[in-house]
Design a binder for this molecule. Structure first.
Ligand code: SIN
Length: 283
């Protein structure tokens, strides 16, 4: 396996590995590198949905996917697809988020395999929530340890968003009032494998904040906006331009990502699996 960092902060390209043939020691090395680099790009792969599911299991068990229906016969695979004709449709994953952070146990890793991607546009951008934590001054680090984030899927998957999702006719996304449920996680979380702290924050699913210094809705709104702007600052980011056959794997415990909707008139299709994580915690 050859590992080349792609920025000084986040992202690495890995070559010399065939994801159809990964043994236990390669899976361990890969996992360590995903945790360390937070996003890894593995080009020139060709995984069927069955092979992607099998590879996913080498990193850990399946992490359930709410709201988005899997593809037929492959219950762990979802297809992210926007057709060339869907010029005015929204882009799945088109706002900064960490996958399903509103669950009690959000997924550790997401594996995205490009099948048919635009010649130009349709990039994905990740930001390092651990670099964003590390760049804080010591007073903010300590203050943020007493903040709790209230996560919910309401802004994305409540029934009033159904029309938006239905515009993507190649996907079957079923909104539900279940999206209104809330789940609390600490703002500062320690990565269970690296021991590195992160701001476990994303502006899409974190709908509220609690903490000793948040005494009004103005304080809450102000800190929500501040955290969004801080964590998504360009200096913490890595942007990937997709080619067919890429497999990109990221660590949801220490990153956020956004898929850019700038490829009107071109098809974009990728298969996605998710790997189970743990309950996020400060210690
Ligand atoms: C996602 O949020 O999982 C989708 C990312 C992408 O399509 O690039």
């Amino acid at each position: 396996m050859k590992i080349e960092p792609l920025t000084g902060v986040i992202g690495a390209r890995i070559t010399g590995i065939d994801l159809q043939n990964v043994d236990e020691s390669a899976a361990k090395e890969l996992r360590e590198n995903i945790c360390r680099h937070q996003v890894v790009v593995i080009p020139d792969q060709s995984l069927s949905p069955k092979e992607q599911t099998e590879f996913s299991h080498q990193l850990g068990p399946y992490s359930p996917v709410p709201f988005v229906q899997p593809i037929p016969n492959h219950p762990e695979v979802i297809k992210i697809v926007k057709k060339a004709s869907e010029v005015n449709a929204f882009n799945f994953g088109g706002v900064w988020h960490s996958d399903f952070s509103f669950l009690e146990t959000p997924p550790a890793f997401t594996i995205l395999h490009s099948i048919d991607v635009p010649v130009t546009g349709g990039d994905t951008v990740w930001t390092s929530n651990s670099a964003a934590y590390e760049a804080l001054d010591s007073e903010s680090k300590s203050k943020f340890e007493s903040v709790t984030c209230i996560h919910s899927a309401s802004a994305s998957y409540s029934p009033k968003q159904q029309n938006l999702h239905s515009a993507l006719t190649g996907m079957d996304i079923r909104t539900s009032t279940e999206a209104e449920k809330t789940q609390e996680h600490p703002l500062v979380c320690t990565h269970p494998e690296t021991g590195i702290k992160s701001l476990f924050f994303n502006g899409t699913y974190v709908r509220g904040l609690r903490g000793p210094e948040i005494s009004s809705s103005e304080d809450e709104e102000h800190l929500l906006l501040w955290l969004h702007n801080w964590t998504t600052h360009v200096r913490f980011t890595f942007r990937h331009r997709w080619a067919n056959g890429d497999v990109v794997i990221w660590d949801n415990r220490s990153t956020q990502h956004v898929a850019i909707n700038d490829y009107a008139g071109q098809r974009r299709e990728l298969n996605r699996t998710t790997v189970a994580g743990e309950i996020p915690s400060l210690y």
